[in-house]
Design a protein around this ligand. Structure first.
Ligand SMILES: NC(=O)c1ccc[n+]([C@@H]2O[C@H](COP(=O)([O-])OP(=O)(O)OC[C@H]3O[C@@H](n4cnc5c(N)ncnc54)[C@H](OP(=O)(O)O)[C@@H]3O)[C@@H](O)[C@H]2O)c1
Length: 259
């Protein structure tokens, strides 16, 4: 089965780190041209330079805060003509903030998670999908989470945003019925990225403890799964993939080896 994405244009949100950066590397290896977006332009530039050197891949950097509806619409509408035909959208930008009890949590944390994980994903989708429908081809990959399936203490709002991603993915598939555009929702368990550092606002020790004594998924494992989904034949829509580390069986059950 081919995994070539030769000459396909792929837009990845949250490409400056973790799963998004790994997607950029995997798609580059498969021959795609990449639109890389995130807020940290310098990180995108480093990644683009690496990809240029290793794969001679064509990249376009689109520094963007997905929380800003107007900026998203203007950036996508303003893409150079030869970058407008996006074949694959990977809606990956997302974050969690804190593990406070729901009734004690700072409102700012909720707003950031909802504005990024739910509204940001919708804004990008709204700007990209009409072109896919018009061209009669395209694939939207949303990054959900195990958190959509199981809630954990202190995680209710993050979990709610990922449950929203599940509903948004299912609803988009319904609204696209009769077109050739496909929709996939990827739901990872623990993946070692900057995710926990962001959640704990740079507390490296606390972030590290999340993965202590266990083998988490790598960002490359998820990128590989995404590449699998988007390289199936045009009549095959992989609607959902739930990927766990072998050392994890639920949000709260993780097998840890003592040192
Ligand atoms: N790690 C896990 O265990 C895990 C498990 C399940 C699901 N996920 C999901 O996987 C996705 C990727 O997370 P990750 O684990 O790779 O974490 P990460 O390493 O922290 O990467 C998050 C990415 O999202 C971008 N981002 C955050 N807010 C943004 C905004 N307002 N506008 C544009 N880009 C924004 C960040 O870029 P900038 O800061 O440069 O903007 C970064 O590139 C997220 O949706 C996350 O919820 C992660």
């Amino acid at each position: 089965m081919t995994r070539s994405m030769s000459d396909r244009t792929v837009l990845i949100t949250g490409a400056s780190s973790g799963i998004g950066a790994a997607c950029a590397r995997h798609f580059a290896e498969s021959g795609a041209r990449l639109i890389l977006t995130a807020r940290r332009k310098e990180k995108l530039q480093i990644l683009a330079d690496q990809l240029q050197q290793s794969q001679s891949v064509e990249t376009l950097l689109l520094p963007l805060d997905v929380q800003q509806a107007d900026a998203v619409a203007i950036a996508i509408a303003g893409l150079p003509t030869d970058w407008q035909a996006i074949d694959v959208l990977v809606n990956n930008a997302g974050l969690s903030r804190g593990l406070d009890k729901q009734y004690e949590s700072p409102l700012q944390d909720w707003e950031e998670m909802i504005d990024t994980n739910v509204k940001g994903l919708l804004y990008v989708t709204r700007s990209v999908v009409p072109g896919m429908v018009m061209r009669g081809r395209g694939h939207v990959v949303n990054i959900g989470s195990i958190a959509a399936r199981q809630v954990y203490p202190g995680g209710s709002v993050y979990c709610a945003t990922k449950a929203a991603v599940k509903s948004i993915s299912e609803g988009l598939k319904m609204d696209l019925l009769g077109t050739a555009v496909r929709v996939t929702n990827i739901e990872p368990g623990l993946v070692e990225t900057e995710f926990s550092e962001v959640r704990f606002r740079g507390d490296g020790e606390r972030a590290k403890s999340v993965y202590e004594g266990m083998t988490p998924l790598t960002p490359g494992d998820i990128a590989d799964t995404i590449l699998f989904a988007v390289t199936r034949p045009a009549h095959v829509n992989i609607s959902e993939i739930f990927v766990m580390p072998t050392d994890q069986s639920s949000v709260s059950q993780v097998h840890r080896r003592s040192a």
